[in-house]
Design a binder for this molecule. Structure first.
Ligand code: S3P
Length: 444
């Protein structure tokens, strides 16, 4: 594979223009899943044709759900068959590398009247599943993951046997939208009310999507209740707003490249995903937001305008981490280009993403001359970065992780000298058009 090469900062380079981002990956997964579990046609607009969302479509095809993609119009029609309309797959289902698909599907499959087995690609097969399997077992689901090599956790492949699910009240121990959403998916198959309490509010796309499909869901702060065994109703159409996690790379780049001014259109502004914007504003970033209305969006959305500014260090608290978890890699780049100390508190969940992102980012930033350290306090891990306002180009590894790769590209574009990233293909997981968008927006 040829490395991706980035020329160092020429002094006149800036981010300029407008960009419409592909639809939000998290929201799109939920739209496909609920579209498959209600009856009739649901058109998903601004569908992001990335590897992960295509994996979700493919899983439902294997489960007997027809979907038709219109690539020109960026939409996909799902022909749902109701809560009990899925068909038994003929062989184990392969989920590739999509963690959200995998975990949410464990919830859906736990409620089916047929057994199944979910397999995964190399990286996903190393990600922990017990956080989902354990509470599902409390609901009487019959799941068995791979507890290979004497591990304390369970990993893919996971087998799911037929079971009759029971309602539970569950205090979720880990701040994870995937865990919460898997339990809500299983809750659709429960005769009774599933009650969940989150430790910290995580992204609430599942709750919003369930409401849009007329499920019996109620949310009060961190308390969620779902009345199951109630058919879902298709809204006919769902518009997926732009992915703020993809916009994040350009928002940081526009903030740190002098002379930049750019607008990102129709981006999801869900408050549970706005941590990155809040943190950047505290760092002094010039970011303005104007809301845009759309009756087929389950989420608030709007246009985000960014102008470059000299950034300063800031503290990101542990409670904020779920609202910016996927943006932490690129925020670390912003911190390296800021002046002064930035502390990211309680970031240990980064260890169990597509790669160990604490390691991948600290290794890369160190190669570029950044000053950083990791502080461990029991299980808790904090990252401290002392920003010097500049980095030097280097040879970087993406660790086959899309967000590490895109963060490395942002760092390389703003650094001096040459940067080489070993593998950029991994960006297809969430943002196939990333390098083309860079070319269209970055001048100089
Ligand atoms: C996601 C939740 C988060 C996030 C992931 C997508 C989702 O994972 O990191 O990229 O769509 O629910 P966790 O729930 O593991 O924090």
């Amino acid at each position: 594979m040829r490395p991706f090469r980035i020329r160092g900062l020429s002094g006149i380079r800036a981010v300029k223009g407008k960009l419409t981002l592909p639809g939000d990956k998290s929201i799109a997964h939920r739209a496909i899943i609920l579209g498959a579990l209600c009856r009739g046609r649901t058109v998903v607009r601004n569908f992001p044709a990335n590897k992960d969302c295509l994996a979700t479509l493919e899983v439902f095809r294997r489960l007997g759900i027809k979907s038709v993609r219109d690539s020109k119009r960026n939409c996909v029609s799902i022909y749902g068959k109701g809560l009990f309309g899925l068909k038994k797959p003929e062989s184990p289902i392969f989920i590739e590398e999509s963690g959200t698909t995998y975990r949410l599907l464990l919830g859906v499959l736990s409620g089916q009247d047929f057994p199944s087995k979910l397999c995964a690609g190399r990286s996903l097969s190393r990600r922990p599943m017990l956080r989902v399997i354990a509470p599902l077992r409390r609901m009487s689901a019959r799941l068995a993951g791979c507890a290979c090599r004497g591990a304390k956790d369970e990993y893919p492949p996971v087998s799911v046997k037929v079971a009759s699910l029971k309602p539970i009240t569950y205090r979720i121990p880990v701040a994870s939208a995937q865990v919460k959403s898997a339990l809500l998916m299983a809750g659709l198959y429960v005769n009774g009310v599933t009650r969940l309490i989150e430790p910290v509010k995580t992204r609430d796309h599942t709750e919003k999507m369930l409401e849009f499909f007329k499920a019996g869901i109620k949310v009060k702060g961190r308390n969620i209740s779902l009345k199951g065994a109630k058919p879902l109703v298709s809204p006919g159409e769902v518009f997926i707003p732009g992915d703020i996690s993809s916009a994040a790379f350009f928002i940081v780049l526009a903030s740190i490249l002098p002379g930049s001014r750019a607008m990102f259109e129709k981006v999801s502004l869900n408050p549970s995903r706005m941590g990155m914007i809040k943190a950047l504003k505290r760092m002094g970033a010039d970011i303005k937001i104007s809301p845009v209305k759309c009756r087929y969006s389950t989420e608030p959305m709007g246009n985000i305008t960014v102008k470059s500014r000299v950034l300063k260090g800031a503290v990101v608290k542990k409670e904020e981490i779920p609202s910016l978890i996927d943006e932490l890699p690129v925020l670390m780049v912003a911190a390296a280009f800021a002046r002064g100390k930035t502390v990211f508190t309680g970031v240990e969940e980064l260890r169990v993403k597509e790669t160990d992102r604490i390691n991948s980012m600290l290794v890369g930033l160190k190669a570029m001359g950044a000053v950083s350290r990791l502080v461990k306090k029991g299980r808790r891990e904090d990252i401290v970065i002392i920003g010097k306002g500049c980095l030097t180009g280097a040879r970087l590894k993406s660790f086959s992780d899309h967000r590490t790769a895109m963060s490395a590209a942002v760092a390389g574009l703003a650094a001096s000298g040459l940067t080489e990233i070993d593998d950029m293909n991994c960006v297809n997981k969430s943002f196939p058009g990333f390098t083309a968008a860079l070319r269209s927006l970055v001048t100089g």
